[in-house]
Design a protein around this ligand. Structure first.
Ligand SMILES: Nc1ncnc2c1ncn2[C@@H]1O[C@H](COP(=O)(O)OP(=O)(O)OP(=O)(O)O)[C@@H](O)[C@H]1O
Ligand SMILES: [Mg+2]
Length: 562
């Protein structure tokens, strides 16, 4: 006897709902996206009891007529696409025609809607069943009220985490949608209290301050670039506003917030030597791309996207971020900002090296002359704590961390040496066997050309007999190890990454000891070299090298001014 039967629509919707609606925040996401697709310019979200009691999303978009208002709750009913061509050219946030059906199958929904020139209607559903419909009075737009979420799916109800967790999810979701849509005015209320609001006037400075807190955009760096018809706009908050989590790096593609590891990583790499280890920036990257180069239909919640050439995009984003940060000339952190923001330095362990290292191997003189001097003219006053060099000029007082400064200088020296890899090599007086496992030796043999390009040479029995002139004997092992690690991880040597790792590792092998007394000549040499660094403001780990206390700040400390 046959046992397979066709499910009814309502049961199918309930099952499918699990993928679209897994918590209150995902209901709000779907409703806000529908409002945006309906060309709303104002969207307001009201949440009661963290969404478990009720969620109301009100928009002033195009609205629906009576037939559509009811039809909108059928599964696979959408006004947004009609054929395969449309599916590969998605211009809207929604297109699957399942969100309202899914929401209605696990809650009680009342939808009211009115088009510009027409009457208002309402329609209501409970647990996927149509309940009633009729005329309603409202302004142009749509109001969707979702109550008693998961009332008929107790297992899902139990899965909901703490109130706080839901609150964080809702605010997070609201923030991203608001950040993705600078021209729409959004407001979020929780239990009747206004939590957040944006103005929708297209001003990213205002928008970001509204979302992240006032004055967060101080020092924000913005870039607008286009590559191969892909527009990439970056809003990079100052590196001094460091976060412990990556989640404030937001990537938007055609107005949709997406989760994409490679692109987030590209932003992190771009900020790399400006941030402390283990810290992450706040940054928004808006990408506008021909929809036919994307596949949004990867997951019902549409947070994932498949790109053609994702890695190339990542490469460009990394270099745009890096370039934008490097071009910023006013990176000296102000002392009071540091204290206010409690920059954490606990992850930082200075490794010490001798000072004479800094004096050798500087950036070539011809290039040094053409480099911009990024630090102000200052005169030396003295040293505090054997570590902080004190300078002054008419603007105020500057403290330079001699250790961090020396590390930066060494880092850039090596980064420079490694970015212009001359093939100049020197023969070693004594060949050296390599202290490597068989596997590592095999790797090395496999990539001999890359090692040769860097200036290493090996005898037939894999003894090292040549090394690049820019490397010093005691650094050979670090360099080889870094290459091998990279080979093991990626199976190829990414020269750019290798350069960076090497420069960091080597420069880290020491800096002027924190409390080593320097002669005036040594201080002058150090400052001269710091002056021409590409980024003289931070050590390679992102700690500040130089901090400024303005004349005004000092006068204020002594209450001479208010
Ligand atoms: N706020 C709204 N204003 C105007 N029309 C709406 C609104 N919300 C929904 N609709 C209409 O109802 C239809 C169904 O909405 P639903 O969210 O279920 O599917 P979708 O947005 O088309 O696709 P997806 O399931 O990917 O969200 C939409 O295509 C749209 O025509
Ligand atoms: Mg939708």
């Amino acid at each position: 006897m046959p046992v397979i039967r066709q499910m009814d629509q309502r049961l199918a919707n309930m099952i499918a709902a699990g993928e679209v609606v897994d918590r209150p925040a995902s209901v709000i996401k779907e409703l806000m996206e529908n409002a945006i697709d309906a060309h709303a310019t104002q969207v307001s979200v009201d949440v009661f009891d963290m969404g478990m009691k009720k969620m109301i999303v009100t928009d002033n978009g195009v609205g629906m007529d009576q037939i559509d208002a009811k039809m909108a709750f059928s599964r696979h009913a959408t006004s947004k696409i009609k054929d395969e061509f449309d599916l590969s050219h998605i211009q809207t946030l929604g297109f699957r025609g399942e969100a309202l059906a899914a929401i209605a199958s696990v809650s009680k929904v009342l939808l009211k809607t009115r088009q510009e020139h027409g009457e208002g209607f309402f329609v209501s559903f409970e647990g996927g069943h149509f309940v009633t419909e009729g005329l309603a009075t409202l302004n142009k737009g749509t109001v969707v009220e979702v109550s008693d979420l998961f009332y008929n799916t107790p297992a899902r109800f139990k899965y909901i985490k703490s109130d706080l967790a839901e609150k964080i999810q809702i605010i997070d979701l609201f923030d991203r949608i608001a950040l993705a849509n600078p021209n729409i005015r959004f407001a979020l209320f929780m239990d009747g209290k206004k939590i957040k609001e944006t103005y929708g006037n297209g001003d990213f400075y205002q928008l970001i301050d509204h979302i992240y807190g006032s004055r967060m955009t101080k020092g924000m760096i913005v870039f607008h670039e286009t590559v191969q018809k892909i527009k990439i706009d970056g809003y990079l908050l100052a590196p001094s506003i460091a976060r412990s989590r990556k989640k404030d790096i937001s990537i938007f593609v055609n107005g949709r917030y997406i989760k994409n590891y490679a692109l987030v990583q590209a932003v992190i790499e771009g900020y790399h030597s400006f941030m402390m280890v283990g810290k992450f920036p706040i940054a928004l990257i808006h990408i506008a791309i021909d929809p036919s180069l994307l596949d949004v239909n990867v997951h019902p919640q549409k947070y994932e996207i498949k790109f053609v050439n994702e890695m190339i995009l990542a490469y460009h984003i990394e270099s745009f971020v890096k370039r934008a940060l490097l071009m910023e000339k006013h990176e000296i952190v102000e002392g009071k900002d540091i204290i206010d923001k409690k920059i954490e330095t606990e992850n930082y362990t200075p490794i010490q090296f001798e000072f004479h290292d800094v004096l050798e191997n500087t950036i070539p003189l011809e290039e040094e002359k053409t480099r911009m001097h990024k630090l102000p003219d200052m005169s030396y006053v003295g040293v505090f704590f054997g570590t902080y060099l004190i300078f002054q000029n008419e603007e105020g007082m500057f403290l330079v961390d001699q250790h961090a400064a020396a590390e930066r200088v060494r880092y850039e020296h090596y980064a420079h040496a490694l970015s212009h890899p001359t093939k100049a090599r020197k023969m070693m007086l004594l060949e050296r066997p390599l202290d490597l496992t068989d596997q590592d030796q095999n790797f090395l043999k496999h990539h001999l050309q890359a090692f040769n390009d860097l200036g290493f040479g090996f005898t037939e029995d894999m003894h090292l007999n040549q090394m690049p002139t820019w490397l010093r004997d005691e650094e050979v092992d670090i360099a080889l190890e870094a290459c091998l690690v990279m080979l093991e991880e990626n199976n190829h040597i990414d020269l750019q990454k290798l350069r960076d790792t090497l420069a960091k590792d080597i420069s880290c092998k020491g800096a002027i000891k924190a409390n080593k007394a320097l002669s005036i000549l040594e201080i002058e040499a150090l400052m001269k070299q710091l002056q021409v660094c590409e980024n003289p403001y931070h050590c390679p780990h992102g700690r500040p090298t130089i901090v400024k206390l303005t004349h005004y700040d000092i006068e204020r400390m002594f209450k001479r001014v208010v």
